[in-house]
Design a protein around this ligand. Structure first.
Ligand code: G6P
Ligand code: ZN
Length: 542
């Protein structure tokens, strides 16, 4: 039986780029989840009798919220809910399932790479029928609704058993509990040469995949070990834990340091990789070489035709503006379109739907293709494996050959975290104010050729997104970019992206920070990073 419950609004339910993200105790307030879910349903039209996909990354509070969503979806008139067994669905798998079963949309419960646990982060994200994150038009409508909401609808039902595969019924709605991995594994099998990868493992190829106690554990176990025959133990930390074992499930050189150290050591396996809380980010490390996400995008694009799913070539490549220009050189050689978008996966959606781009990537460890509408950690790992299997070369050799033919884009990101918002805004305002005076100036021996505040003109729907990051370009193709993070949780996070193009193969083995030192110093001189932030050095260098 559905009932209507009176409620009063919360003022803080504005979804960010990746949904509503708050600490667990915030979500645990009475009616907090219900208000947000009802505000979402109230902002959607035409879902009566249709399908809603629901799953999450297994973090703390996942199971409780899934029960609430089921009871509310039934009361609001959805015809069917498809739920990953145990409440598990990685973000890319959810995107695939929405598309495959032609669902109306899906709810993904995750706070991505942020820590989980009773006092850590939780999140609710809505994806639309194409499998991609809800556009701003929807998220803003949800926020507007959440400010005036006065009632929600919920069915009085006993908790649904989400741990048994099969179909049941809840207050008139069909509830289908599915294997969270099977459909996704089939999709991967359709894209990649599992036989060639299997042979590589059979001949002794060794790999370490760190699932970081997050959602990709069951996916990696099934795909890498069971289907591809990698030795048991290839997938590590493969049991999703509500608190991710107390770690940050963020696959970067800070939080996956143990893997990095191993890959640089004498007993390194051939290939190392990791993924984040909800499975959409990736980390790629060869023996003795970390592949930056920007380089990984370029190398994957250059070699994608070696995988069956991309044999007929790429339609185009897209990257976020701060991502290095390495992929541009590949697009140029292939004679295909290259698109530069603002930071945020949602900007790729139109290009993918319109068939203008096949592969997309961001410097923030996201790579993916038109197979789903989210970035996809395991997809990137499998494409790398496919390439390694076909080329029978090491990651190091493939990188060296790539740089020899395209040149190397030395690249690094410096993050200044938890900077006072006022100081960060003052820095950006001051820099914006002097952009037009910069071209022609020489700083630290580097001549500035162009300086602007990036604005994106979406070639598909004509929309314009302004103030997406400040770019300062130098003679010879070097560049620094400054922008404030849209995902930080305390104060402001200033990101400085530094890139230098080096055509000469004799200089492709430099230390990255050393290769970029002039540009880093020039960026500080131009933007006054130390002066504004009071920081002598960045909090994180990747
Ligand atoms: C999330 C988004 C990405 C974005 C990243 C960094 O992971 O899905 O699209 O690149 O955050 O964003 P930020 O604004 O913190 O640099
Ligand atoms: Zn994520």
């Amino acid at each position: 039986m559905a009932r209507t419950v009176e409620t009063t609004p919360f003022a803080d339910q504005r979804p960010g780029t990746s949904g509503l993200r708050k600490k667990v105790p915030v979500f645990q307030q009475p009616n907090y989840v219900e208000n947000f879910v009802q505000s979402l349903f109230d902002s959607l039209e035409g879902f009566a009798g249709k399908t809603l996909v629901v799953g999450g990354d297994g973090r703390y509070y996942n199971r409780e919220v899934i029960q609430t969503v089921i009871a509310m979806a039934a009361a609001n008139g959805f015809g069917r809910a498809i739920i990953g067994k145990g409440g598990i669905l990685s973000t890319p798998a959810a995107s695939h399932i929405i598309r495959k079963y032609k669902a109306f949309g899906g709810i993904v419960l995750s706070a991505s790479h942020n820590p989980g646990g009773p006092h850590e982060d939780f999140g609710i994200k809505y994806n639309i029928g194409n499998g991609g994150p809800a556009p701003e038009k929807i998220t803003e409508a949800v926020f507007a609704r959440s400010k005036v909401i006065s009632r929600y609808m919920i069915a009085d039902i006993a908790p649904v058993d989400i741990d048994t595969i099969g179909t049941t019924e809840a207050a008139g709605m069909a509830v289908e509990i599915i294997d969270p991995v099977a459909d996704y594994a089939e999709l991967m099998k359709s894209l990649f040469d599992f036989e060639a990868i299997g042979k590589m493992f059979a001949s002794g190829f060794r790999m370490a995949f760190d699932a970081m106690h997050a959602v990709t554990g069951p996916y990696a176990k099934e795909i890498l070990e069971r289907r591809l025959g990698a030795p048991v133990g290839t997938a590590r930390n493969f049991v999703p834990l509500p608190d991710f074992g107390g770690h940050h499930p963020d696959p970067n050189l800070v939080h996956a340091k143990a893997l990095y150290d191993e890959m640089m050591g004498p007993d390194a396996p051939d290939f190392g990789a990791a993924s984040d809380g909800d499975g959409d980010r990736n980390l790629i490390i060869g023996r003795g070489i970390f592949v930056t996400p920007s380089d990984s995008l370029a190398m994957l694009a250059a070699n994608a035709h070696l995988a069956p799913g991309y044999r007929s070539g790429l339609k185009g490549i897209a990257r976020s503006m701060p991502t290095s220009g390495a992929a541009d050189l590949v697009a140029k050689k292939l004679g295909i379109g290259m698109y530069e978008t603002p930071t945020g996966w949602k900007f790729f959606g139109n290009l993918l739907d319109a068939g203008m781009a096949t592969i997309c990537g961001e410097e923030s460890a996201g790579t993916g293709s038109d197979h789903v509408r989210e970035k996809d950690g395991l997809w990137a790992v499998l494409l790398w494996l496919n390439i390694l299997a076909v080329r029978s070369q090491s990651v190091k050799e493939i990188a060296a050959e790539h740089w020899a033919s395209f040149g190397r884009n030395y690249y690094s990101r410096h993050d200044y975290e938890a900077v006072a918002s006022d100081a960060a805004n003052a820095l950006v305002d001051e820099l914006r104010g002097k952009l037009s005076s910069l071209p022609g100036k020489v700083v630290r021996g580097l001549k500035i050729t162009k300086a602007d505040d990036f604005a994106y003109h979406d070639p598909v729907d004509g929309s314009v997104s302004e103030h997406q990051g400040i770019r300062i370009l130098f003679e010879g193709g070097s560049r620094v970019v400054l922008r404030l993070s849209g995902t930080g949780t305390s104060g402001a996070t200033l990101r400085l992206y530094v890139e230098r193009y080096e055509p000469d193969p004799a200089r492709h083995d430099l230390d990255t920070q050393a290769a970029l030192s002039d540009l880093i110093a020039a960026a500080d001189e131009i933007a006054g990073i130390r002066r504004h932030t009071g920081r002598e050095s960045p909090s994180v260098i990747t």
